[in-house]
Design a protein around this ligand. Sequence first.
Ligand SMILES: O=C(O)[C@H](O)[C@@H](O)[C@H](O)[C@H](O)COP(=O)(O)O
Length: 233
Amino acid sequence: MTIEIFDSANDLALAVSRQLAARVQSVAAAGRTPRLVLTGGTIATRIYGRLSGENADWRVAEYWWGDERFVPEGHEDRNDRQAREGFLDRLGVPDEHVHAMPAHGCDLSMADAADAYAKTLPEDPFDVVLLGVGPDAHIASLFPGHPQVHETERLAVEVFDSPKPPPERISLTYPALNHTRATWFVVSGADKAEAVAKAMTGTPIDEAPAAGARGLEETVWFLDTAAASRLPR
Ligand SMILES: O=C(O)[C@H](O)[C@@H](O)[C@H](O)[C@H](O)COP(=O)(O)O
């Protein structure tokens, strides 16, 4: 596990966008398609806004989401909208590379929508899974004390009662999120400091879902000083 600490959320966003660009370039140079899992949230939005300034061909990569709010397509709460507006649409990433989760208004139940999404996931591991972390130490839409944390078979699940609004969501589960070469946590703000400390010190996943996410080759915590302020020395 690696920890990188930055003076501000802006510095963090800049560093993550640079490293993501470098990873996309190195995976593509090795002859593979870069496969990225995007997250929602405020720090993610800052990162997406910076990607167009980086030197990478974002059009060659494929994109999935770790979770999505089950609201209508194009709704301002959609995680895919923030990424589309931030860089995917602006940089001309082809539609077939953008694997958005089904939206409210599709003709599937949430359970069927989750299962349909699971079928879009690649067999090969992802290259990078980006994860924001909530003040309660949730990641994606895996919340403390919720049954989805214990899912071992399904790769994507429905969530009806997210404590973070909106309540209805679809989330990848650990078997999908952890099928990745690299897991990059991106966390800023003092309100996350306790959650970060819990997740990094082996708290059970029922209490701190972030403690259960890790990459096959690499797990990196990108923190600003505020989010890192409760880490044990
Ligand atoms: O859809 C979502 O809400 C998320 O994907 C969620 O897991 C998010 O990443 C964290 O809650 C951190 O969000 P903030 O950076 O806004 O605190």
